[in-house]
Design a protein around this ligand. Structure first.
Ligand code: PLP
Length: 352
């Protein structure tokens, strides 16, 4: 007799981001801005003063307090995670039982379904319309008829950049009162339709935030789940006690102590996004039928192309040291510095 892998993991492949050195990386929706030197110095001095022989604060109270102040929510409603990815894993395991139904939308962030699969919940797909919009009435019908326990989507959406309005999200929350509605607002800094201020008005609303995008800290791994006290207490009780290390906590505390830096970084990225969008939109006008795109509310553009073209152009750009994300017949391009935007648009046009 020999050991065999658990069947559900026997064919899983580890997530492999594109590795290697590339002159321009616009593939992962990170911020192209570095943390300012004086903020970094503050972070490092706080880290230098930590007692690393001791366990971290299980509730990351310092992060909750500062993030809560910046985001306008009570610290008691925040659960801090080792990136929002950790919180996503927890959610399907903790808030759902084996065999219960999770509704996810397509196209959207692919990890939702993956974590649901690992938690052995039944994953039910809801397809968006041709313009990547969620028809909220149809989604409510699906949730209600299936008796789904959770629905999760990103707003605005990764990879499409399309969002649904705050009113629509709240209509969903109210129309599916027995289903936990998880709104992943990883990119909401770049838009203005957050429902974060409403978490206490409902039993069934949770908002996820991350320090990885607008807050420029993908490397420290810090995510936030915000919900009402009952849901928050369950999540806090079920997470592993020391899930967020003290260095991450110290860095995140320092980050939120510079709210003006956060605001100005967001504005710089929005400006870059607008420039990139304008330039790609101009290409779409100049080369009809070769590419199309919808307005974006995130820090990237999502470009649709005729069959086979996206992959070819992706490879051509890669050969020139420029990395974007290829997803089927679409390219997702994160906005970058002025130089990076110009280069990616130049290569795009050259290869059309
Ligand atoms: C980038 C991203 C996150 C953030 O994940 P972290 O683990 O916090 O880095 C979450 N959700 C979506 C949709 C994202 O695109």
């Amino acid at each position: 007799m020999s050991y065999t892998l658990n069947q559900k993991v026997s064919n899983l492949e580890p997530y492999e981001p594109i590795s290697g050195h590339y002159a321009i990386r616009l593939d992962a929706n990170e911020s192209f801005l570095e943390i300012p030197e004086h903020v970094k110095a503050d972070m490092l001095s706080r880290i230098a003063n930590l007692h690393l022989n001791r366990y971290p604060d299980p509730l990351a109270a310092g992060v909750c307090e500062r993030a809560g102040k910046y985001l306008g929510v009570r610290p008691e409603l925040i659960t801090v995670g080792n990136g929002s990815d950790e919180l996503l894993t927890l959610l399907t395991q903790v808030m759902m039982s084996k065999g219960e139904k999770l509704v996810y939308t397509t196209p959207d962030f692919s990890m939702y379904k993956c974590y649901g699969y690992l938690a052995e919940v039944e994953c039910i797909e809801f397809k968006k319309d041709a313009n990547y919009r969620i028809d909220v009435d149809k989604l409510i019908d699906l949730i209600q008829s299936e008796g789904a326990r959770m629905v999760i989507f990103s707003n605005p959406c990764n990879p499409t950049g399309v969002g649904i309005s705050r009113e629509e999200v709240l209509r969903l929350v109210e129309g599916a009162p027995e289903c936990l509605v998880v709104v992943d607002e990883a990119y909401m800094e770049f838009w203005d339709q957050s429902v974060l201020d409403c978490v206490e008005n409902y039993d069934n609303l949770m908002v996820l935030k991350t320090c990885s995008k607008s807050f420029r800290m993908a490397g420290i791994r810090c995510g936030l789940a915000i919900s009402n006290p009952a849901v928050t207490n369950a999540l806090r009780a079920a997470k592993s006690p020391y899930n967020v290390n003290s260095m991450t906590q110290a860095a995140a505390e320092a980050l939120f102590d510079y709210p003006h830096e956060l605001d100005s970084a967001t504005q710089t990225v929005v400006d870059s996004r607008d420039e990139l969008y304008k330039a790609v939109k101009a290409l779409a006008g100049k080369y009809p039928g070769k590419l199309s795109l919808l307005p974006t509310s995130a820090n990237f553009v999502y470009i649709r192309m005729p069959a086979g073209q996206a992959k070819r152009i992706f490879e051509a750009m890669k050969a020139e040291g420029v990395i974007v994300r290829c997803m089927g017949d679409c390219l997702r391009v994160t906005c970058g510095t002025e130089y990076e935007n110009t280069e990616v648009v130049r290569l795009l046009e050259e290869n059309l």
